[in-house]
Ligand binder design. Structure first.
Ligand SMILES: [Zn+2]
Length: 73
């Protein structure tokens, strides 16, 4: 009765170009569960990827890209 954990398997694609360290959920809400974390298994160890952090970082990155991409003048 092996449990299928494939849905929890870590896929680097979900990091969206960020590092695991950057997206590691450190309890954004202050209660150990920000409600946006995603549970995955990487190298046999559980990792928590915070969707909230990812969203924030992605927005920041987009902003930086927009700024460096072209000067609005
Ligand atoms: Zn979080």
């Amino acid at each position: 009765m092996a449990r299928d954990l494939s849905e929890f398997e870590f896929d680097p694609a979900i990091l969206d170009g960020f590092t695991l360290e950057q997206l590691k959920c450190d309890a954004c809400s202050g209660y150990g569960n920000c409600g946006y974390r995603m549970y995955k298994i990487k190298d046999g160890k559980p990792v928590l990827i915070c969707q909230q952090k990812k969203k924030k970082l992605a927005a920041l990155r987009d902003k930086e890209r927009a700024q460096s991409g072209e000067t609005a003048e």
